[in-house]
Design a binder for this molecule. Structure first.
Ligand SMILES: [Zn+2]
Ligand SMILES: [Zn+2]
Length: 103
């Protein structure tokens, strides 16, 4: 009789352990699966020089040559997530700027 109880007790323990382990992993998974709370942290506009090119134009029936500086205007936005304490940045292309107006 006493032996049987021990066996039942062991069986319950063996059955119970995976349940506890599962419950434990479930809670940790819930933590990491929490959705991000991305909030805008900073926003910066940068001009990146990408080079020069020559262009020709006509003035007083004369052909002229000029060097034009090309740059890209980009916006960098930094986001911060307070749920996991990490950051991410996003760079957006805004426009291409030519130092001289030409067609
Ligand atoms: Zn996060
Ligand atoms: Zn140009």
């Amino acid at each position: 009789m006493r032996k049987r109880l021990v066996i039942i007790g062991l069986a319950l323990l063996l059955l119970g352990l995976p349940t506890i382990a599962l419950a434990h992993t479930e809670t940790t998974e819930d933590d990491s699966n929490k959705s991000h709370n991305w909030q805008e942290y900073s926003r910066d506009t940068n001009i990146i020089d990408t080079g020069t090119h020559e262009f020709t134009y006509w003035k007083n029936f004369m052909k002229h040559k000029r060097t034009c500086q090309i740059s890209q205007k980009v916006e960098t936005i930094v986001y911060y997530c307070d749920v996991h304490d990490h950051t991410k940045s996003e760079t957006k292309y805004l426009e291409t700027i030519h130092s001289h107006k030409h067609s």
